[in-house]
Design a protein around this ligand. Structure first.
Ligand SMILES: CC(C)(COP(=O)(O)OP(=O)(O)OC[C@H]1O[C@@H](n2cnc3c(N)ncnc32)[C@H](O)[C@@H]1OP(=O)(O)O)[C@@H](O)C(=O)NCCC(=O)NCCS
Length: 423
């Protein structure tokens, strides 16, 4: 079966997570992704957080599947010559080095565009033009500066970063969209273009509802926030704990440990919780289920407006019932009533989830040096372009192959480049 991006060649100058997450998706859509790495060391994540000695880390293998690897010193003259040939032969170049790194190597956008006017050149940086444009950035720096951190956590606690990598992989996914749009536009114009996305901007995009709330705050308290009605609101959007960002109130409620009801377990696990949302139409069945049918028509409780001032009490009532069921039973019982809810699933449960494996979202991949490893496959499913997850490349595994196939080198030229330290 053909793939959506068959025939598209990506010059992948990315490292760590944000850039690699972008080019991995493009590889899964069928692009030929050529990862350029520094001879000797390669992407620093190959060595970071290793679980096995002398084997590429899971950090690396889980972000670089289906790519080819060439080692190339792009600061050496010979390396620059080869790099120029690769620019001529590729459709898209992606990089996420510290600001100015590629310019310092001599490959500015103007130069790249001059070498290959059809080239789409995408960059991820921490920040766009402005006071922070020269600063390096990692995930949590970006979460702090994009609004995620100030709006996450509890009112009486410090700002919190999310476990979801919204700065790294979140920005990577934004750049995928930019690259695909640029490839489509090139169909009409014949020209490549510059694609830029700052991690701060991508995170703010994901925190859109919090900027919405910042403006609502000027017109009164945010009634769905836990600070209402008894707490106070300042001039900025507060942290909302578990409160839902949508118009329907929701909260995390405690559940029984699985098996506890049959007496086999008594301990309460760290993730024995479920999230429950009270839609107006589900109040009646929910109250019936928990044995409080008396509250269905009681004017003090019957309407969303009446409940706004006592959401804590509402969820305490619900928790009185959920604590007698495990989180899967809560999911099953409440969904049968049309109540939106979800068990808090931990990574062990997700790794073992059959349905995620069946649909290729959790995949076991063969690696030549580590045996198999588990990864998150392509979450975007195309009906006419199936994803086939293959292992990440070893450092420089495809150097000779790429030099022969794309640059047109023979064995003698490859040996000479190797002797010079360029590859
Ligand atoms: C992630 C980040 C903080 C890492 O910083 P770092 O470890 O200092 O790495 P840099 O990006 O500065 O790159 C290191 C050097 O390697 C050089 N290098 C990279 N690949 C090379 C190659 N194939 N050949 C020769 N030199 C190479 C770079 O040119 C740079 O050299 P310079 O400082 O002399 O210009 C930084 O790259 C960054 O801010 N990136 C943008 C934001 C981002 O993506 N962050 C999230 C990462 S998940």
């Amino acid at each position: 079966m053909g793939k959506a991006l068959d025939g598209i060649r990506i010059l992948d100058m990315t490292h760590v997570q944000s850039g690699p997450s972008c080019t991995q998706i493009l590889a899964w859509f069928g692009a030929d992704v050529i990862k350029v790495e520094r001879p000797g060391t390669g992407d620093a994540t190959r060595q970071q957080l290793r679980d096995l000695p002398d084997v590429d880390s899971l950090y690396f293998t889980m972000l670089n599947c289906n790519k080819r690897s060439i080692t190339l010193n792009t600061k050496a003259d010979k390396g620059k010559e080869i790099f120029t040939r690769l620019i001529e032969a590729c459709d898209v170049m992606v990089e996420n080095f510290a600001p100015g790194a590629l310019d310092r190597m001599g490959f500015t956008w103007e130069r790249v565009h001059g070498i290959n006017p059809r080239m789409i050149y995408a960059s991820i940086k921490g920040f766009g033009p402005g006071p922070y444009e020269d600063c390096k950035a990692y995930e949590n720096v970006a979460q702090c500066m994009g609004g995620a951190c100030s709006t996450t956590g509890f009112d009486n606690g410090p700002p919190l970063v999310s476990g979801a990598q919204i700065g790294d992989s979140g920005t990577g996914m934004h750049v995928v969209a930019g690259i695909l749009a640029a490839l489509y536009q090139r169909e009409h114009t014949g020209r490549g273009q510059r694609v830029e996305c700052a991690m701060q901007d991508a995170i703010l995009n994901l925190c859109r509802v919090k900027l919405r709330d910042q403006q609502r705050l000027a017109h009164g308290p945010l009634k769905e926030y836990p600070q209402y009605p008894n707490g106070t609101f300042g001039e900025q959007v507060p942290r909302a704990g578990h409160a839902s960002g949508g118009g329907q109130p929701g909260h995390v409620v405690k559940c029984a440990h699985r098996g506890a009801q049959s007496g086999t377990h008594t301990a309460h696990g760290p993730n024995d919780y479920a999230y429950v949302i009270i839609q107006p139409q589900s109040w009646a069945p929910l109250m019936k289920m928990i044995g409080r049918a008396d509250l269905i028509d009681d004017p003090e409780w019957a309407t969303p407006e009446a409940r706004l001032t006592k959401l804590d009490d509402c969820f305490a009532l619900i928790e009185g019932w959920t604590i007698t069921k495990d989180k899967y039973q809560v999911m099953e019982t409440l969904n049968a009533l049309g109540v939106p809810c979800g068990p808090v699933l931990d990574m062990k449960e997700l790794a073992e989830d059959d349905s995620l494996r069946v649909r290729g979202t959790v995949v076991e991949v063969e690696h030549p040096e580590r045996g198999t490893f588990l990864t998150v496959g392509n979450p975007i499913k195309l009906s006419d372009s199936a994803t086939d997850v293959k292992t990440s490349p070893l450092l420089g595994e495809h150097t000779d192959q790429i030099l022969k196939e794309i640059v047109g080198y023979g064995d003698t030229e490859i040996e000479a480049a190797r002797a010079e330290g360029a590859i």
